[in-house]
Ligand binder design. Structure first.
Ligand code: NAD
Ligand code: TYD
Length: 356
């Protein structure tokens, strides 16, 4: 079985990938994660005692540590999930985004290149560096624009998107210049179990359960393309196994929704699963001051991965959203843990003084 070095595997998508990889015996996993506020080792609790899963706390930007891990575990591939991932935080404090997403990815690439260059030619051919990126690098679409393709020019608008774009360019350069066998994926918004409740869907679920306002930026008509996290991880595994070296693949849910529609759907699901007499959750919706530079619409053309790797999403949005809500309803211990003082401070910081 292959060994994969996964970075950021204690976060939302990385953890889903690691759990799937161990459950289906895709690979042995070495998980390097800095354990920032967005991570949660509870996400991986079921792997306790698994002899083919190793966790290491550390930074992708630490070249000595990464070099040690590569030499010690001799992975067949690296999947880079590690990132600062929240647009609103990138607006308040971009520094961490530059450090991890650009400098960290550079350090990881450089350590990978040095490791890869010393491998036998057979192993060099098999090695892969898969970089997990976002559709936000392409910028914003109007309602009539065609969806993002792999050859859509980059036009990032937030510090988060710009830092991911910078990382994508470095990955491209390491393939072009040194021949490092890289793959890049650009995916749309993910949702599902274990997402930190600073992002729209889990924030809405938790606030609605508490009877708190459901904050919607601007007019609520911004559009995102939502993909269930397990579908994203399936696509990543396919790209890793069968993707063409040096290529990029767009991954999306073919599921464009306005933010208002998403929040209303969550309200309807909660009203049905946990009715509260006299309360319709949609009455909690509160339109608040818009995010600066808020991208209007993202949409993904995923015909390339569909055609070349025969991938398409399996989950539909309505059933995926019900599963997601049910996961939060059944995991109150997880929720209590993430509602730390730091989390409450973030809510204050982002939402106080933001009345429409
Ligand atoms: P997340 O914020 O939930 O998790 C990120 C993880 O990376 C955390 O466990 C954190 O501790 C770790 N990390 C951060 N800095 C690190 C560092 N310097 N060294 C090692 N580990 C570090 O993010 P996510 O939503 O799981 O996203 C994973 C990746 O997928 C990111 O690269 C993100 O840009 C990309 N992506 C996310 C989405 C989405 O909708 N969430 C969509 C497309 C692409
Ligand atoms: P988010 O989950 O932060 O993902 P991204 O910014 O990467 O797309 O936000 C999804 C959409 O929801 C985005 O258009 C911003 C909007 N949004 C709100 O309206 N209210 C909120 O409280 C949050 C967190 C997001």
């Amino acid at each position: 079985m292959q060994t994969l070095l996964v970075t950021g595997g204690a976060g939302f998508i990385g953890a889903d990938f690691v759990l799937q990889a161990r459950k289906t015996q895709w690979a042995n996993i070495v998980n390097l994660d800095k354990l920032t506020y967005a991570s949660n080792l509870q996400n991986l609790a079921e792997l306790r005692g698994d002899p083919n899963y190793y966790f290491v706390q550390g930074d992708i930007g630490n070249p000595e540590l990464v070099r040690y891990l590569l030499e010690h575990y001799q992975p067949d591939a690296i999947i880079n999930f590690a990132a600062e991932s929240h647009v609103d935080r990138s607006i308040f404090s971009p520094q961490d985004f530059i450090q991890t997403n650009i400098v960290g990815t550079f350090q990881l690439l450089e350590a990978s290149r040095l490791y890869w260059q010393k491998l036998s030619s057979q192993k060099q051919k098999q090695f892969r560096f898969l970089h997990v990126s976002t559709d936000e690098v392409y910028g914003s679409l109007s309602s009539t624009d065609t969806p993002f393709r792999e050859d859509t020019p980059y036009a990032p608008n937030s510090p988060y998107a710009a830092s991911k774009a910078g990382a994508d360019h470095l990955v491209r350069a390491y393939h072009h210049t040194y021949g490092l066998p890289t793959l890049t994926t650009n995916c749309s918004n993910n949702y599902g179990p274990r997402q930190f409740p600073e992002k729209l869907i889990p924030l809405t679920i938790l606030n609605a359960l508490d009877g708190k306002p459901l904050p919607i930026y601007g007019d609520g008509q911004n559009v995102r393309d939502w993909l269930y996290v397990a579908d994203h991880c399936d696509a990543l595994y396919l790209v890793l196994r069968q993707g063409q070296i040096g290529e990029t693949y767009n991954i999306g849910g073919q599921n464009e929704q306005t933010n208002l529609a998403v929040v209303e759907k969550i309200c309807a699901i909660l009203d049905e699963l946990v009715p509260q007499s006299g309360l319709r959750r949609s009455s909690l919706i509160a339109f608040i001051k818009d995010r600066p530079g808020h991208d209007r619409r993202y949409a993904i053309d995923c015909s390339k991965i569909n055609r070349d790797l025969d991938w398409q999403p399996r989950e539909n949005f309505d059933s995926g959203l019900v599963k997601t809500v049910q996961w939060y309803l059944s995991n109150s211990v997880w929720i209590d843990q993430v509602r730390s003082r730091a989390y409450r401070n973030w809510l204050k910081h982002n939402y106080e003084d933001r009345k429409a």
